[in-house]
Write a protein that binds this ligand. Structure first.
Ligand code: C5P
Length: 316
């Protein structure tokens, strides 16, 4: 590509623009263990990247700036607190280069939706700035920088379907015969704070007296179901330990889950910490039917169909 000279293989700065597309994630299984001393919960999760994308464009500049359009414009702060700015600064600091770029985000993944939109944007930034600045870092090196920014960043660099352990940052790909899964995504009005949902789970667990030991469910059942490549079987294995907490904070989500079921979905669950709900369909036509039924029920802000798995953050 134009980033590389003809006679050597040293990465060089790119003249830009660099455009990166990054998917949203859902969790096919989200097992949450006890709260750790560092404030995170131990997880056993199966991540799955779906075809709902943000796009980040990076151009050369003599300072670091960020603009945006789409979902969350006007709500999302574009200052130093933004995960995109933090990702660019973290990468520049790691390699001791100036953090100069003009960044523009086209956002489709809803804010605070349980779809890891913030981590997705951080992952896209790492890929874009690595190329723009000619750093030539590997995805694993970028994942190390990314893990400090958000638990889901390493997964969104890799994409596909993968196991997540630790607090979600330790990712290993699942090598399975490729199967396309069809989803319907119910986007809510307003977000849910991820830390608040984890706190609610802790509260619900503590209120359960006598408090049983917190089980950290494994992912074997989900993995076995995936290998059967049958959506009915996968539907029965989907699960999310955060769902009860999200429902407790947002009881109306029960109406969304019920509407999806009535629209004929094979299964439905809260995505991550919510409030987005996702429904499994048998094929593309069935997904459209479920989406139409769900839209007609008027229980959420928007309904879109999506497929997974999708690759992680990559240059388009
Ligand atoms: O890593 P990330 O920034 O996405 O996490 C946001 C918050 O969600 C954490 O600060 C923590 O409160 C909660 N969290 C958790 N256990 C995890 C991941 C996130 O308690 N495994």
């Amino acid at each position: 590509t134009e980033a590389w000279g003809p006679d050597d293989d040293e990465p060089r700065p790119h003249r830009g623009p660099v455009k990166v597309r990054v998917p949203a994630k859902i969790n096919l299984h989200l097992g949450v263990g006890p709260l750790r001393p560092d404030g995170y919960h131990e997880l056993n999760t199966v991540y799955h990247a779906i075809s709902l994308f943000d796009e980040l464009t990076a151009r050369r500049g003599d300072t670091l700036t960020l603009t945006m359009e789409g979902e969350g414009t006007g709500e999302l702060a574009l200052d130093e607190s933004n995960l995109i700015i933090r990702a660019a600064r973290a990468l520049a600091a790691r390699r001791q280069v100036p953090a100069f770029a003009r960044l523009h985000l086209r956002k489709s993944i809803p804010l605070a939706g349980g779809l890891a939109g913030g981590s997705a944007d951080a992952a896209a930034t790492l890929i874009a700035c690595d190329l723009l600045w000619g750093l030539g870092m590997s995805r694993d090196e970028l994942a190390e920088v990314g893990a400090e920014l958000g638990s889901d960043v390493p997964f969104l660099l890799h994409g596909g379907t993968a196991l997540g352990t630790g607090h979600g940052e330790a990712v290993s790909p699942i090598l399975a015969r490729p199967t396309v899964w069809h989803w319907v995504v119910a986007i809510a009005d307003g977000g849910l704070s991820t830390p608040a949902v984890y706190r609610e789970l802790d509260r619900l667990r503590a209120a359960d007296q006598p408090a049983p030991p917190v089980p950290l469910g494994g992912t074997d059942r989900l993995m076995a179901a995936m290998r059967q490549r049958d959506p009915e079987v996968l539907g029965e294995a989907l699960g999310n330990d955060l769902q009860a907490a999200a429902l407790s904070l947002r009881p109306q989500l029960a109406d969304v889950l019920k509407a999806g079921h009535e629209a004929g979905a094979l299964a439905g669950l809260v995505s991550g910490s919510g409030p987005t709900c996702v429904f499994l369909a048998a094929d593309a036509a069935h997904a459209q039917e479920v989406a139409d039924g769900l839209s007609a029920a008027r229980v959420c802000r928007a309904v879109v169909t999506a497929r997974g798995p999708q690759p992680g953050a990559r240059v388009t």
